[in-house]
Structure formats: C-alpha cells, structure tokens
Design a protein around this ligand. Structure first.
Ligand code: AN0
Ligand code: CP
Length: 314
C-alpha cells in the first residue's frame, strides 16, 4: 500500500480485516517494526478519536509520533499556485509538504471539506498535494470526501457484532445544527458495499450524495421503511452535496429514537462520534445496550494500526 485515502487503496478487504483482527488480538507483536521511524499526524481541524487512536496505533508499532495542530501551532498554509503571497499565509503547501516528508516516514492528514468550493473539495485539493510533494506515504485522517480509517473501523465493528453473513446496514441522515462534510457517509457506503453487506441509505430529499459513492447501495427516502429489519443503524449528519454545503433541514423527526429502533431486527446503533445527543440520537437509544459507539471508537486504534503497518511495507 503506497498511500491510504480510500477503499480504492485496499487490494483485498477480507485480508485487511484478517490483519486487523490479528493486531487486535496481539497489538504489540510488531513493536519492532517502527523502531527509529516517525509518524507525523497533521491536523487542520479538531479531533479527539483520530488524534488519540492514531497516535496509539503508531506507538503500538514502536514508532515515534509527532502530532501537529497546524492551525494553532504552524504557519498559515497557502494551497493555491501562482499567488503573490502578501496576505496572512506565510508558507506554501509545496514547501510544507516537502519539509514534513523529510522528518516523517508516514504522514497522516486531517483536512475537512471547505463546504464552499465543491470542485476543489471533490478534487481532494489538500491531501493530493501532500501525496504529490511529501515523498512519503500519506494517509487520510478524514480529508474532504472520505474518512476511510473510520469506515475501516466501522466494518471491523460490524464483523464483530453481525449475526448473519450479510447483515442489513442502514445509513440514516439525522439533524445537526452545523453544516458537516459528506466524508463519513461517502466512505461508509464504499466500505460497507465492499464488505458485501445489504446497504440502504435514507435521508430527506436534497441530501443525495455524489452518485459515485452510492454504487451498490439502495436509496430509500422513507426512514421508517428503511429501518424495517435492519441489523445495524448508522446515523450521521451531512450537509447537502447538490446544494453544496447547505443545511436544508434540521427536522428532528429524523432523530433516531426508540420507536424507530423498534422497527429494526434488534439493530445495533452506531455513530462515528462526536455525536449531538437528542439531535442525532436520543439519550435512550445511545445509552441502550444496543449502542456500540464506544466499541466502534476503540476499533479506530486497530484500523489505524493495520493501515500504518501496510504503509511501512508489511
Ligand atoms: C466531522 C464530520 O462530520 O465530518 C468529523 C466526524 C468524524 N464532525 C463534526 O465536525 C461534528
Ligand atoms: N470519529 C472521528 O474521527 O472522531 P474525531 O473527529 O474526534 O477524530
């Protein structure tokens, strides 16, 4: 694996899952692998899980790990070409990426979608420049259009909890006060389709995702109908893709509650976190024994560790 930005960097998902379960069983077996190697985790946005789980993953592999909150601690980065840099941006991404590549053996990048410029976001304007200029393996810690370490952890979790070979997995939109990226739903669909689950997506009209991420999934606008017989409910808010970055609805009729969960096949409740209680999901559902959000977050360590191991050439 050269870089890791989506499911398309994975040659064999079954094999990758097998490796993740081996790592989970014995997380320190490869602690020699990272000796004298450095991971740099570069954050353009906030994080709790990604920051801690990926650092832990690197440490489990015996690596040194530098976590860099570039907006707080670094120079402001220019990402455009040919600009006269007489504003507030002191450093160009071209030099920044090249330099960090001299200090690190692998680089993780978190750079959310701007939600302002669809074309730029969907061309992965920031992470692709790191790939171009850093000269070392790059992995996504949520970039503009995907969050593959999250989706990998989600599939690990579904594999652990599924009771049938091909569970029905429902991705439901839920309300949120702020405009959020489509990254989590985009990659969740790609990974669960690749895992060969029955994937159903439900959202209000106007929240259609980029068709290229919907391949293999069924769209059902009626949320209650979608929930019928589901084995897993995965809630997430996203802003509109078609009316790019807009909030079209904050309708709390879409909040996941016990009445809707009662329509399912005793489904497990999942969310990538952070989650807004009583917007996305009621207290009752997230506090119920069917909620596996914390177990899901734990698996972020093993998805990251498996990916970093691959990027180190193992
Ligand atoms: C981010 C998002 O929706 O992409 C990160 C989720 C892992 N969520 C928020 O900003 C609340
Ligand atoms: N799920 C996830 O990526 O969480 P953070 O934004 O806290 O890293």
């Amino acid at each position: 694996m050269k870089h890791f930005t989506s499911i398309h960097d994975v040659a064999d998902l079954k094999q990758l899952l097998k490796e993740a379960f081996e790592i989970k069983k014995n997380p320190y077996a490869l602690e020699h692998l990272g000796k004298h190697k450095t991971a740099c985790l570069l954050f353009f946005n906030s994080s709790l899980r990604t920051r801690l789980s990926t650092q832990k993953a690197a440490m489990n592999l015996g690596m040194n790990c530098i976590v860099f909150d570039i907006n707080e601690e670094g120079w402001k980065i220019e990402t455009e070409y040919g600009v006269i840099m007489d504003g507030d941006k002191a450093e160009h991404i071209k030099e920044a990426a090249g330099v960090i590549g001299r200090y690190a053996d692998v680089i993780g990048i978190r750079s959310f979608a701007s939600l302002k410029d669809k074309q730029k976001d969907y061309s992965e304007h920031v992470i692709s420049q790191f790939i171009q200029y850093a000269g070392v393996p790059i992995f996504s810690m949520e970039a503009a259009t995907g969050h593959p370490l999250q989706s990998f952890a989600d599939v690990i979790t579904i594999e652990e909890y599924k009771k049938k070979e091909r569970p029905k997995v429902v991705l439901t939109w839920a309300p949120h006060p702020k405009a959020l990226p489509q990254a989590v739903p985009n990659s969740f669909i790609e990974w669960t389709v690749a895992a060969d689950y029955e994937v159903v997506v439900t959202h209000p009209k106007g929240y259609e995702l980029d068709a290229k991420f919907m391949k293999g999934a069924k769209l059902e606008y009626n949320q209650q109908k979608a929930f019928e017989g589901a084995d897993f409910i995965y809630a997430k808010n996203w802003s509109s893709y078609t009316e790019y970055g807009q909030i079209l609805s904050k309708d709390r009729a879409w909040t996941v509650d016990s009445a809707k969960m009662a329509l399912t096949n005793d489904a497990k409740f999942m969310h990538c976190l952070p989650v807004r209680r009583n917007m996305i999901v009621t207290d009752e559902v997230i506090d119920s024994p069917n909620s596996i959000v914390v177990q899901e977050a734990e698996n972020r360590v093993y998805s990251a560790q498996t990916v970093i191991k691959k990027l180190l050439g193992q």
